[in-house]
Each structure stands twice: as C-alpha cells, then as structure tokens.
Design a binder for this molecule. Structure first.
Ligand SMILES: O=C(O)CCC(=O)C(=O)O
Length: 200
C-alpha cells in the first residue's frame, strides 16, 4: 500500500528515521487538519529553558488514553480527551508501524516564525529506545537532524502535507532534531507525534 520509505542516509543509525511521503492523501490530510483545528484546545504554554520560563514558539496539546501524562522542560502537559478522528488516525498508524501508541503530542505552527528547537524525545515516560511516529499536516516545513552533542547538521528533509516520519531504535540516543523558523512560508502547519507512554 505504501511506497518504500526513504531511509535517511545517516552513516550511523541506519533505520533510525523512515519517511513515508504520502501516508495520507492530500484531501484526507486536509480534512483532518481542519477538524483538529476546530476540536482541539490549542494552548500557548511556557516551558523552562536554561532556568528561565519562556513561551514555546508554537501552540500545543496533549491527548492520551488511560489518562497517561507527559512532561517535558518543566511543563506537565494538560490532558485532553482524544477526539474520535485522532483515535482512528492513531489506530491506523499503530497498524502501519506495528506499535501500540497510546498518546499524541500535537504541535501547531501558526506561521513560519513558529518553530521547535534542537531536542531529543527521551523523557522517562517513553522508555528505552522509543518509536515515535510524526504525521505532518498543512504547510511543508524543513526538519533537521544532527548527531547529539555534535553541532553539524547531518541530514534534513521537507516534511510534506500527509507525510509520516517514523523515528525508531537509537534515534533519540544518537541524534537530536529541530524544526527551524522560516521566512519562506507563512501558512500554518500541524504535527502529530504519536507516542507510547510506558509508565502508569
Ligand atoms: O513538528 C515537527 O515535525 C517536530 C515535532 C517534534 O520534534 C516533537 O514533537 O518532538
């Protein structure tokens, strides 16, 4: 059903990042984008960065089954009920990835000035070597990958509307990733990262 994924050509960590450009059709992805824009309670929340409280440069939301909670950078994400359209999408991604995701961290980039800094998704709730599946809806944006602690960008790709990027194995140990600001686009983008919370 799917084209072979693009495996990013990283000399170490082969198989850590797989990219499926047309996981969803453009129409389906747009319908989901519009529905989530409406039903999700998008919030502009602060995190702690280098000891200071700063607003994140994007809006976020957290939906999880079984009241699973998630915290990062001093922020405990407020829990929202998972709307049906998101549960259906998660089940489809579970089947595609052979995983049992139970939660979604949603990011809403209002325009090209919204971004995500360099980081790893390595919170204890995710367990060892977590698989994370990231669905992109809306404006295409550049996604960068570099080796952890080594500030040379190793790879970058454009995350297109309806695409799925899957991070597996040692992806969070060996690499960090970011979504930089851009002046090239001003349209909004949504990113849904499906995760499995392993703690109670
Ligand atoms: O918006 C993106 O594609 C990146 C999201 C991300 O890195 C994250 O949620 O950890």
């Amino acid at each position: 059903m799917f084209n072979d994924p693009l495996h990013l050509n990283l000399s170490e960590g082969h198989g850590c990042f797989s990219y499926y450009p047309q996981f969803m059709s453009g129409e389906e992805a747009m319908a989901l984008f519009l529905q989530l824009q409406r039903v999700i309670h998008w919030q502009h929340l602060p995190i702690i960065l280098f000891g200071k409280q700063v607003l994140q440069p994007r809006l976020t939301a957290w939906c999880a089954l079984d009241n699973k909670s998630y915290s990062y950078a001093g922020l405990k994400m407020p829990l929202q009920e998972m709307p049906n359209c998101l549960t259906e999408c998660m089940l489809r991604i579970n089947a595609h990835c052979g995983e049992a995701f139970n939660s979604v961290l949603l990011n809403y980039y209002r325009n090209g000035q919204d971004s995500m800094g360099w980081h790893r998704d390595n919170e204890p709730e995710l367990g060892n070597q977590p698989t994370i599946a990231s669905l992109s809806l809306g404006e295409a944006r550049i996604f960068r990958i570099r080796k952890y602690k080594q500030h040379e960008v190793k790879s970058q790709l454009i995350l297109e509307h309806g695409s799925l990027l899957v991070m597996r194995h040692q992806a969070q140990q060996l690499f960090e990733h970011a979504l930089p600001k851009t002046t090239k686009s001003s349209a909004p983008r949504m990113n849904l990262t499906f995760r499995r919370i392993v703690t109670a």
